[in-house]
Design a binder for this molecule. Structure first.
Ligand SMILES: [Zn+2]
Length: 156
């Protein structure tokens, strides 16, 4: 799954990923996109008050499709993106939730040639275990995944 090379090895050392890389993936009941499981810790930090106080037990998955209204879901519960802190109206689309790097800021950096330094910074902090993806990222997964997805999409 991970690419070979130094970046792949760094990501393997990210503590947040180990706790999150759980089995189960399922299709979103609304949009059909493949979704991955999230931890309870992620949900507690992402779901807005007061809904975060009433999360039913169970295994939940996150729908990363921004065009889909589904946030987290289990077989019996659906939590919409509008209930999540990262998807409020006017919210900037984030690339790295841990270090406050928006997609727009990174695109600008790509254009002016400062992107590599920004990514290196994130890689370095991740390597040192200073990221907080499990709490900050609604997917609960390493923000470096988002950098890779942006690269894969041909955006950079
Ligand atoms: Zn969906």
């Amino acid at each position: 799954m991970l690419r070979n090379g130094s970046e792949g090895r760094l990501i393997m050392s990210c503590s947040c990923c180990h706790t999150n890389m759980k089995k189960g993936s399922r299709a979103c009941p609304a949009c059909g996109q493949r979704c991955l499981q999230v931890s309870r810790q992620t949900m507690l930090h992402q779901v807005q008050f007061p809904d975060n106080q009433h999360l039913a037990e169970g295994e939940y998955l996150f729908c990363a499709n921004r065009d889909c209204t589904t946030g987290y879901f289990s077989p019996s519960v659906m939590i919409s993106k509008s209930q999540l802190r990262a998807f409020q109206p006017g919210q900037t689309a984030m690339l790295c939730h841990c270090f406050d790097i928006s997609e727009a800021a990174y695109r600008t950096a790509l254009a002016d040639g400062t992107a590599a330094a920004i990514k290196d910074f994130v890689v370095q902090q991740t390597k040192e275990g200073l990221c907080s993806c499990e709490s900050r990222n609604p997917s609960g997964r390493c923000c470096l995944d988002s950098f890779r997805q942006m690269e894969k999409a041909g955006d950079c």
